[in-house]
Structures are given as C-alpha cells and as structure tokens.
Design a protein around this ligand. Sequence first.
Ligand code: PGA
Length: 249
Amino acid sequence: MRKKIVAGNWKMNKNLQDGIELAKQVNQQVLGNNVTVILCTPFIHLSEVSKVISKDSLFLGAENCASEASGAYTGEVSAEMIKSTGATHVIIGHSERRAYYNEDNKTLNKKVKLALENELTPIFCCGEVLAERESGKHISVVKQQIEEGIFDLSPEQFSKVVIAYEPVWAIGTGVVASPEQAQEMHKVIRHLITEKYGKDAAGNTSILYGGSCKPSNAKELFDKPDVDGGLIGGASLNADDFMGIVNAF
Ligand code: PGA
C-alpha cells in the first residue's frame, strides 16, 4: 500500500546554523513510526543536515533541481549533486517555481526524469490559482499539469513518483482548502492515474495535500481517503508545529 508522507518545505528560510538546529530538533522528535517524514531544505543546507538526521526515520530532500544533467549552467544545482549529499527526494514544479521562474510542464518533465535517473524521489507539485478555481477550470488545469509533467513516464518510473496537490490560493495564505475540496481533487488525480497506469499503480501512489496545513487542521485533511499526507511550508519552520502535523496521522 501507499506510504503516508509528511514533507517540510523550508523554502528560502533559515540560515545554515538555524537550519541545522531545526533539523536536529525534528530528528529528536521523529519516532520512525508509520509516517515517512522528509525535510526539504535549501541546497546549501543539504549536506550539513544530512549529517544530523537518522536516515532510517527522517529523509532529506531538495526544493528544486536543474533541468540539465551537468555543464555550463551557472548557479544551477543538478540532481546528481543533490543525490551526492545524501538526499533522497526533490520537490519539482512547486507553484512558486512555476510562477516566479517560469517553469513550464516541459521543463518540469525534464527535471522529473533527471531526478529519477539519479534515484531521487520526485515530489511533483500541481495546483490551480484562484481565478482558475473560480471559473471552474481547476480540474482541467491540474489534469494538464499532471499529463504533461509525468504521464510519459514508464510504469516503473511512475511508481517512484509522489504527487503533491497544492492549490495556489491556499499556499502561505492561511486559507486552507476544505477537506472536501482536497479529497475531490485527490480523487480526480487518482482516477487519472488509474486510467493511465492502472488500479494498482493508482492505489500505490501517495498524493499529498499542501497549502496552509497546520497541526489544527491536519487531521481532518489526512482523514480523507485519498489524502496521503502533506507538503508543509510555514508550519515546517518550527519543530513542534511540524511534528504536530506528523502526529496528526
Ligand atoms: P504553506 O506552504 O504550508 O506555507 O501554505 C505549502 C507549500 O508551499 O508547500
């Protein structure tokens, strides 16, 4: 069966020292129970955080990777480099990358493949903006992101992907999607996977919710049958809040 996952996305927060401290605090509190807990940190934190976490219960991820394998791409960080720090996961296609750095589905598809080639688990993000939801286009928007981003993978490759549904209007706004709204989209996504890769693949794919998830609302979201965990921004910057979400399972 599919994994329950709670992944923190620190975004561009915490200097190196503060990041190491936060990772140590989370590491102390993680029990290694039935939830896969992941810290996705800025690139420069990866190798240091890797040294302070127990890797059987707490996993490490990056927030992005380059769309090319190596070479003259000043300022970029490759999937291979990420892997070499001890990281196991990488967020791909976060809405902030899509909106502020013009990352389109074609580019994201290249990143997903490079992550997989380097044995990193891609956490592939999708989600609509408010205007798209208000005009009733949210399902078609997410469908297109998923089809263009990850549906040309082989079944074997696809089995390694984690999906995160993050309605953009809920990210960092304090406006959380209702459990029903989350469940509706997660069910649509699982149905798309069933059509493309079959029922077993759909049943085995973890689909996370992201957007203003907090200890106080996590349980009602995670109780929904197609919500397999969360991608957590703001609340991952404090160990107690983050663990409150992990422990909501
Ligand atoms: P948030 O961010 O929890 O701060 O809303 C979620 C995300 O962007 O992954």
